[in-house]
Design a protein around this ligand. Structure first.
Ligand code: RUB
Length: 311
């Protein structure tokens, strides 16, 4: 027997607990979960179908507040059409498949575009674990360029450990540093490459906590700062004046025994904002653009009308 709501809640929980993490994967997982849900439910008619998938979309949207890939993915999937159950179901499933395909192709294309900016012998610093930033690094390596990567640990969740294992598997020379060593090593770095959770209308970047400090160090030392972001990481909401919500996570992620202390609290923001002035280039699947062009990407690629938005 299929249990569509249980399965959907299970995916939502895996996103919330970060078993499924990284903005691109979160978007694809949500699109896939919505598709599976739509194919498995047995509503009495089209109105009930619309209401049930609408509820499912809201549950997924509530998992992690920052990554716009989640709301963009869900909005693309929810643009299904159909007057009857069968056509609505297949339209929704098609949209989900298209999102997943578009995401995977975009990551590959960004790898090709971004890797052209890497020279033989370059030292690259990356933060957290971004599948898109790593696509650039891997493509540069695969094309025969000798590169070295410096990877930060990315406290408190140590996504840097995922990054170094991946780089090791691809045979790329890598050095792991603690987050606070960035200023010490930055003069050896040719370019910083990071991923994105959100690009705002003015070209600023929201990414893993610590990214803004790295950008500051890169700016001061005249080191190039590159962002790898598919166009569905750009936020239409920010054109409408909305601020990007920064996810606050549990204190225990930073200090597990916090409950033993009476006068201390932990602040654990998962992301920070890097001003566009510190970004040299954003590599998207439609080209390497200056951050100032972000407004155009949102307008051309995503449509920024408020109507029809999930939220
Ligand atoms: C992950 C993170 C990544 C971006 C981009 O944060 O900040 O840099 O999501 O990743 P978390 P990708 O671990 O909290 O999800 O390029 O894979 O989309």
């Amino acid at each position: 027997m299929t249990r569509p709501m249980e399965d959907l809640l299970d995916t939502a929980e895996r996103i919330r607990s970060m078993e499924i993490r990284g903005a691109a994967l979160i978007g694809r997982a949500a699109a896939g979960a919505l598709k599976e849900f739509a194919l498995a439910i047995e509503p009495s008619g089209i109105d009930e179908f619309n209401a049930e998938v609408g509820r499912a979309a809201e549950i997924l949207l509530d998992t992690r507040p920052t990554a716009v890939s989640l709301s963009n993915a869900i909005r693309m999937v929810m643009r299904y059409r159909g007057d009857d159950l069968d056509s609505a179901r297949s339209s929704l499933a098609n949209n989900a498949d298209q999102f997943v395909e578009r995401s995977l192709k975009a990551i590959e294309r960004i790898g090709e575009i971004g890797s052209r900016r890497i020279r033989d012998g370059d030292v690259i610093l990356t933060h957290c674990n971004s599948s898109v930033a790593l696509s650039i690094i891997r493509t540069a390596h695969d094309s025969g360029k000798e590169i070295k990567v410096i990877a930060t640990e990315s406290r408190p969740r140590y996504q840097g450990h995922l990054t170094i294992k991946m780089l090791d598997g691809w045979g790329i020379e890598t050095e792991l540093v603690v987050d606070s060593a960035v200023r010490t090593v930055i003069n050896e770095v040719d370019e910083v490459i990071v991923g994105a959770d959100v690009i705002t209308a003015n070209g600023s970047l929201v990414n893993k906590i610590g990214t803004a400090q790295i950008a500051l160090a890169a700016h001061e030392s005249r080191t190039s700062f590159m962002v790898a972001a598919e166009t569905y990481k750009f936020s239409p909401e920010t054109i409408m004046g909305e601020l990007v919500p920064i996810e606050m996570r549990a204190a225990e992620e930073v200090y597990p025994k916090i409950s033993e202390l009476k006068h201390v609290r932990v602040r654990n923001p998962a992301f920070d904002v890097t001003p566009h002035q510190y970004i040299d280039v954003i590599c998207t699947e439609v080209g390497a653009i200056p951050p100032e062009m972000s407004y155009l990407i949102i307008k051309e690629m995503l449509g920024w009308e408020i109507e029809g938005r999930v939220r």
